[in-house]
Design a protein around this ligand. Structure first.
Ligand SMILES: Cc1ncc(COP(=O)(O)O)c(C=O)c1O
Length: 360
């Protein structure tokens, strides 16, 4: 089988590669970018903010070339999306091959092999050696929403616990799950209910050991929510938007142990920390964490929409087939213990307030 997903060439497309150097040849933004910006202000709402309004014409590897001929090192990387670089030859070839074959059938009507292959690869590379199942959806936030839906259906409980400094997306439920109200949720209420923000492990500031921080998180949840009312505990194994926070050693395993003991589904949001971003496929691996559900997106498809969420809790009997999935979702089936989920790395360009457009 030709498996474009596994080719290992490190090359950018040699025909379209841009010299790997920073080169500034005009004022920033240059005249063509300024003209485009003028056009944009007439048709794109100000809530869709751009950090650096230079308009990109081409990109390769880690270099962006703008319409005025300036080259920049892309430190933005689509916020953790272009992990293997821009226009990597294997990615471009796989996309072209897919365009030549077909664009859409809807897997839940007429399935196709590549969905199965992605699920196989995720089963292979996500933490744990149990049987795993993957659901593909459309974005990171949608993966989070589906993770919560799966956990609620499975447990029959409503509560969702998240951690301080967390970021999970910009949909209604995920806005409620974020730590920061501004810029993500301010003015956009009412937000989804049954979401509880617990203290996390922030060793740089709190100086607590993993065990002490876990005791604080667990104590908070038991007191303010009650374990029996909790469907899920959602953690970013290494927090992204929260300031690239690595928890103290032992913190996540202690939460995992508590969650398992209390029938709470532990969901690892690896949308930003996964796909090699921390030196392993998934950040969970650094802590020996085997989550019940793992959410992946961003770097998984190098900028193309390919969301997924594998995972599924121990002795899980799935809800009815598509209950937990969107239009492109699959049917999760009963795994032995846990599996992952993920979601696409495409960014949603929904209309946002100017102040709401910073961050991921
Ligand atoms: C940890 C985490 N979860 C969820 C999301 C939401 O993903 P998306 O922007 O694809 O909806 C992000 C995006 O930055 C993220 O960093």
């Amino acid at each position: 089988m030709t498996d474009t997903l596994l080719e290992t060439s490190s090359a950018s497309n040699s025909e379209t590669a841009i010299p790997a150097r920073r080169e500034v040849v005009t004022a920033i933004p240059g005249p063509k970018s300024q003209a485009l910006h003028e056009r944009r202000t007439k048709v794109v709402p100000p809530g869709v903010h751009s950090t650096l309004p230079v308009y990109i014409e081409r990109a390769s590897g880690a270099i962006l070339r703008d319409v005025d001929g300036n080259s920049f090192i892309d430190l933005g990387a689509g916020i953790g999306v272009t992990t293997v670089g821009h226009s990597r030859e294997t990615v471009v070839n796989a996309a072209k091959a897919q365009l030549d074959s077909f664009l859409h059938t809807l897997f839940t009507i007429t399935p196709y092999e590549s969905y199965v292959r992605v699920a196989e690869l995720l089963a292979e590379h996500t933490p744990g050696d149990h049987e795993k199942h993957t659901v593909l959806v459309n974005s990171g936030a949608e993966a989070v929403e589906n993770g919560v839906k799966i956990a609620r259906k499975y447990t029959g409980r409503r509560g969702v616990a998240v951690l301080e400094h967390a970021y999970h997306g910009r949909t209604n439920l995920t806005m409620a799950m974020n730590y920061k109200a501004a810029p993500y949720a301010t003015g956009f209420g009412p937000l989804a209910g049954d979401v509880f923000h617990a203290p996390s492990s922030y060793p740089y500031r709190d100086g607590l050991s993993g065990a002490a921080a876990a005791a604080r998180t667990i104590g908070y949840l038991e007191k303010h929510v009650g374990a029996t009312d909790l469907a899920a505990l959602v953690v970013e194994p290494i927090q992204g938007e929260g300031g690239f926070q690595t928890p103290a050693e032992g913190y996540l395993p202690a939460l995992q142990e508590w969650a398992t003991k209390n029938g709470v589904v532990l969901i690892a949001d690896e949308i930003q920390s996964g796909m090699g971003r921390t030196g392993r496929y998934f950040a969970s691996e650094h802590f020996g964490l085997v989550p019940d559900l793992l959410l992946s997106a961003k770097g998984i498809a190098a900028g193309l929409p390919l969301p997924r969420s594998p995972a599924v809790p121990r002795s899980w009997t799935p809800p009815s087939p598509v209950d937990s999935a969107g239009p492109s979702a699959a049917t999760p089936s009963p795994p032995r213990r846990r599996s992952p989920c993920s979601s696409s790395s495409s960014r949603t360009a929904s209309s946002r307030r100017a102040s709401a457009s910073d961050g991921p």
